[in-house]
Design a protein around this ligand. Structure first.
Ligand code: NAP
Length: 244
C-alpha cells in the first residue's frame, strides 16, 4: 500500500483507529476522518510521529455537504484516494415499541446513508484512476438480528446490500467493494452493555473470547490491499464463530 491514500471514517477511536494504524503500518497515507476532531487530531499526530503521512479531517458522515468538503480536502492534501473504509457508526438501542423515530433516523443516517455519500465521492476519484478499494464495516447482527437493535441491524443489513450493488456497478472501473462483519469486539461501543448481556454473548462464541480491534483491522487491511483484487461483493465475518 506504499504511497496509497486511505480515508478511514470514525478513525478517532475504537475499530477505526486500529484500521488506520494497520493501513499506516503497510505504508498507506491516512486521512483520519471523525466527528470528534480532537480524537482525529490525536490519532493523526500519533501516526505522524511513527513516520506516516497523516492528516485529521472533521466530518459528519451523515451530511452530504460535510462529506463533499472532506473529499475536497483529501484532494487538496493528497491528490486523490485509493482506499475508503466506511467505519463510522453509532447505536441508539431500544425495543421497537419504545424506539423513537429520531433514533431510527439517526442510526440509518450515520451508519447507512454515510456509506452511500462517502462511496459516491470516493468512486468519482477512484474511477479516474481505474483503481479503488472500499471496505464497509457491517455487523454480525445484520445476519442474526438482535433484540433492541432494529435500527442498527437494519442499517448494517442495508450496508451488505449496498456493498454488493456497488461491487457490481464499479467492478469494470477496477474498484472492489467488500464488507467486514465484526461480532462482539471490545470497544467503547460494547463497553456500555450490561455484564449479564456480555456473559450470555460469550457463551455463544465458539472461540471463547470477545474480538479485538486488531482482529477486525487485519481482515480490513487484507480486503483493502492490492492482493485482494479478485474479491468483490463479499463479507468477511470476524466473530469467533458466533455466526457461520
Ligand atoms: P466507537 O468506539 O463508538 O467509534 C466510532 C467512531 O465513529 C467514533 O470516533 C465516533 O465519533 C465516530 N462517529 C460517530 N458518528 C459519526 C459521524 N456522524 N461522522 C463521523 N464520525 C462519526 O465504535 P466502534 O466499536 O469502534 O465501531 C466502529 C464500527 O464497527 C461501527 O460501524 C460499528 O457499528 C461497527 N461494529 C462494532 C462492533 C463492536 O463490537 N464494537 C461490532 C460490529 C460492528 P465520536 O467520538 O464523536 O462519537
Amino acid at each position: 500500500m506504499t504511497g496509497q491514500v486511505a480515508v478511514v471514517t470514525g478513525a478517532g477511536r475504537g475499530i477505526g483507529k486500529a484500521i488506520a494504524e494497520k493501513l499506516a503500518s503497510k505504508g498507506a497515507k491516512i486521512v483520519v476522518a471523525d466527528l470528534n476532531v480532537q480524537d482525529a487530531e490525536e490519532v493523526a499526530k500519533e501516526l505522524s510521529e511513527k513516520g506516516t503521512e497523516a492528516r485529521a479531517v472533521a466530518v459528519d458522515v451523515s451530511s452530504s455537504e460535510s462529506v463533499k468538503a472532506m473529499f475536497e480536502e483529501v484532494v487538496k492534501g493528497f491528490g486523490g484516494v485509493d482506499i475508503l473504509i466506511n467505519n463510522a457508526g453509532i447505536t441508539r438501542d431500544s425495543l421497537v415499541l419504545r424506539m423513537k423515530e429520531e433514533d431510527w433516523d439517526a442510526v440509518l443516517n450515520v451508519n447507512l446513508k454515510s456509506v452511500f455519500l462517502c462511496s459516491k465521492e470516493a468512486i468519482r476519484l477512484m474511477a479516474k484512476k481505474r483503481y479503488g478499494r472500499i471496505v464497509n464495516i457491517a455487523s454480525v447482527v445484520a445476519f442474526m438480528g438482535n433484540p433492541g437493535q432494529a435500527n442498527y441491524s437494519a442499517s448494517k443489513a442495508g450496508i451488505v446490500g449496498l456493498t454488493k450493488t456497488l461491487a457490481r456497478e464499479y467492478a469494470s472501473r477496477g474498484i472492489t467493494v467488500n464488507a467486514v462483519a465484526p461480532g462482539f469486539i471490545q470497544t467503547a461501543m460494547t463497553e456500555k452493555l450490561p455484564e449479564n448481556v456480555k456473559e450470555e454473548m460469550l457463551k455463544s462464541i465458539p472461540l471463547g473470547r470477545f474480538g479485538t480491534v486488531q482482529d477486525v483491522a487485519t481482515a480490513v487491511a487484507f480486503l483493502a490491499s492490492p492482493d485482494a483484487g479478485y474479491i468483490t461483493g463479499h463479507v468477511i465475518h470476524v466473530n469467533g464463530g458466533m455466526y457461520m
